[in-house]
Design a protein around this ligand. Structure first.
Ligand SMILES: Cc1cc2nc3c(=O)[nH]c(=O)nc-3n(C[C@H](O)[C@H](O)[C@H](O)COP(=O)(O)O)c2cc1C
Length: 613
């Protein structure tokens, strides 16, 4: 339920600098995933009619360079590129995972699931105005729905990996897009993780045969030849444990052992920046990087795993895993808990990500490496504890991040900026160019060369060199001054039809809830923007980046395919019936007119990304 204070907050949104908005008053927005039938129908129709898939143009698909191998081994499983979405909004719904894959992701840290799978997340829950903040607590689907989404995603990738029209844009020299890895993520305590419902989820991910067989019948005509395909049934046998949201430190050990013993998994423990200690974190964020406006939450440090115990635990758990023939790793880091001084999102606490987190996570890596000589699997240390990374990674620092030896670098905040999934392929192209310039042909040779350079420059390892660089004077990409620019604004109230057509609402939406259709004759603007209301969880990200005054998720025509969802919601909306008719309602007397416009837009097949419904 929405609280009064929340209504007050969203009203405040209209007053808040650059966050003008219409209140999301009246109902919350649970996600209603799109069926496999509709997703595949969209793939075929959109590809044929507009040369894109889920609104991503083929020009933004990643095709590996024939000369440079960016592949790596993740706990013995091969992934054809070292990047992918971090657990978060980009790895929750099937189409999100497909979009990340088309952009070149080959390692997917899936959205964290947990036993409390019917939590209501307050909205807005994402604020990427400058650096990154969120209050997104957990997955927004039930455990069963999450499993289905991951199975649908895997089936879509299996089909697209063989579908000639796409293959042409994503295949490497071996004629394939290369292997990918799904890494599960669970939280947040032993009781929840050992609950039979979470166990069922993990078992379902390890062998998804039953779910795949159930979904085969949904594969629509353009892809009928794939109905009997031998789909990958073992979706995942690695897992990243999220130790966030109060995961008790003493349970990290028990949960990891439980996952190894009971589920036969390789396990990565995702650590929090609190390991660096309050004073250290505060002084880096406030004094060194200049974020005077960030209030690091001191109480979160006492509740979290402490450094000395963390060091012991990494050694113990690595030994435990090895003794059972498994791999163990750490992931740096989850977000930083800070007080919500901005008050744009309706919680007392929010979670910081993006550029400043990069400095914290890299510093933590260097500190851990020093405290654990020979343990971490990074250059200069050469141990066997795998290290993966997620903290403020983007095109400009991907190569430097990977040079530290982390595998993979996963990304969240950067993909929530304009361009969205389309930002991935340019990252990989820039990385390819860097590797090529060094005269090497693959990531491990390039890293070895970088390590030699670091030593020659007087550092013990590439990680120390990177930390010295990013914590040196005047490194703008990470400071408050370097991240002060606000999204562009124009002085115009957003209307249902017609806008500046910047496309930002499409690209910043992790769920691909927006799409555009060419305007009708006489209509204002080149493109009209519409939103799949069932895919929109009102996270607020489109509102942050829309240059006009208004909330695209509320103002643009909200489409529904499920009658029950449509009638259960308030505000304007348009129900698309399977017979092709449209039923609409608006908040004023424009309902009949608006419904006619929406129906005509949807009928204009040349510019419409949707298959016949
Ligand atoms: C909106 C949002 C939702 C997130 N959800 C999760 C989650 O479910 N589980 C998790 O372990 N981390 C979650 N994270 C943290 C990210 O996985 C990542 O570790 C963090 O954002 C740092 O990477 P970045 O700077 O690239 O965003 C979330 C982050 C954001 C911004």
């Amino acid at each position: 339920m929405l609280t009064d204070s929340y209504v007050g907050l969203v009203t405040q949104r209209a007053l808040h600098t650059n966050h003008p908005g219409h209140a999301h008053v009246g109902d919350t927005a649970p996600l209603t995933p799109m069926s496999l039938r509709l997703l595949l129908g969209r793939v075929a129709h959109e590809f044929e009619s507009r040369n894109r898939i889920f609104d991503l143009p083929t020009g933004r698909f990643w095709r590996p360079d024939p000369e440079i191998d960016l592949g790596f081994s993740f706990a013995g499983r091969r992934a054809a590129s070292p990047i992918g979405p971090a657990a978060g909004p980009h790895s929750q719904l099937a189409q999100n995972i497909v979009l990340a894959w088309l952009g070149g992701s080959r390692l997917f840290e899936l959205k964290t699931v947990q036993i409390l799978d019917e939590l209501e997340i307050a909205r807005p829950c994402i604020d990427m105005q400058t650096i990154g903040y969120n209050i997104e607590w957990s997955q927004e689907l039930t455990l069963g729905q999450s499993l289905t989404e991951y199975v649908k995603a895997s089936m879509l990738l299996d089909i697209l990996s063989q579908w000639e029209p796409v293959l042409e844009h994503v295949a490497g020299t071996d004629g394939t897009p290369g292997p990918h890895v799904f890494d599960m993520s669970v939280g947040y305590d032993l009781a929840g993780i050992s609950n039979p419902r979470v166990a069922e989820f993990i078992v379902g991910m390890r062998d998804a045969t039953a779910e795949i067989d159930r979904l085969r019948a949904e594969i629509p005509e353009p892809f009928a030849e794939y109905r009997d395909l031998e789909f990958s049934a073992g979706l995942s046998d690695t897992l990243t444990l999220s130790t966030f949201h109060g995961c008790p430190p003493e349970e990290i050990e028990q949960i990891t052992k439980h996952l190894i013993d009971e589920h036969d998994l390789d396990v990565i423990v995702k650590l929090n920046p609190t390991l660096l200690g309050y004073e250290n974190v505060r002084s880096i964020v406030n004094d060194e990087l200049g974020y005077h406006d960030v209030e690091v939450k001191e109480s979160a440090f006492a509740e979290d795993l402490q450094f000395d115990r963390g060091i012991e635990l990494i050694g113990e758990l690595n030994d435990f895993a090895k003794a059972r023939g498994h791999r163990f790793g750490i992931k740096l880091t989850n977000t930083l808990v800070v007080n919500n001084t901005k008050q744009w999102m309706p919680e007392d606490t929010m979670y910081l990500s993006g550029p400043p987190l990069h400095v914290l996570a890299s510093t933590l890596l260097a500190t851990l490496a020093d405290a654990l000589p020979g343990a971490l699997a990074i250059p200069g240390h050469d141990g066997d504890v795998m290290v993966s990374f997620s903290a403020g990674v983007g095109k400009d620092n991907l190569a430097e991040t990977l040079a530290m030896g982390v595998n993979p670098a996963t990304i969240c905040s950067d993909l929530l900026k304009p361009g969205g999934y389309g930002r991935l392929a340019p990252m990989l192209k820039a990385l390819t160019a860097t590797v090529a310039e060094s005269g090497t042909t693959n990531l491990s040779d390039w890293r070895a060369a970088r390590q030699r350079e670091a030593i020659a420059a007087g550092h013990r390892a590439t990680v120390d060199q990177h930390v010295a660089f990013i914590r040196g004077d005047g490194i703008d990409p990470y400071t408050r001054a370097g991240n002060a620019k606000l999204p562009r604004e124009v002085d115009n109230e957003l209307q249902m039809f017609g806008c500046v057509a910047c496309n930002f609402c499409i690209t910043v939406c992790p769920n691909d809830a927006f799409f555009s259709i060419s305007s009708l004759d006489g209509q204002e603007g080149r493109q009209q923007y519409l939103v799949w209301s069932e895919l929109c969880n009102e996270c607020g990200n489109c509102m942050t980046f829309c240059p006009e005054d208004g909330d695209p998720a509320m103002v643009k025509p909200r489409l529904f395919t499920d009658e029950a969802v449509f009638t259960g919601r308030t505000g304007q909306g348009f129900l698309l019936r399977s017979d092709g008719t449209v039923v609409g309602r608006t908040d004023d007397d424009s309902s009949a007119e608006a419904t006619t416009v929406v129906a005509r837009l949807l009928q204009s097949t040349a510019g419409n990304p949707l298959p016949n419904m």
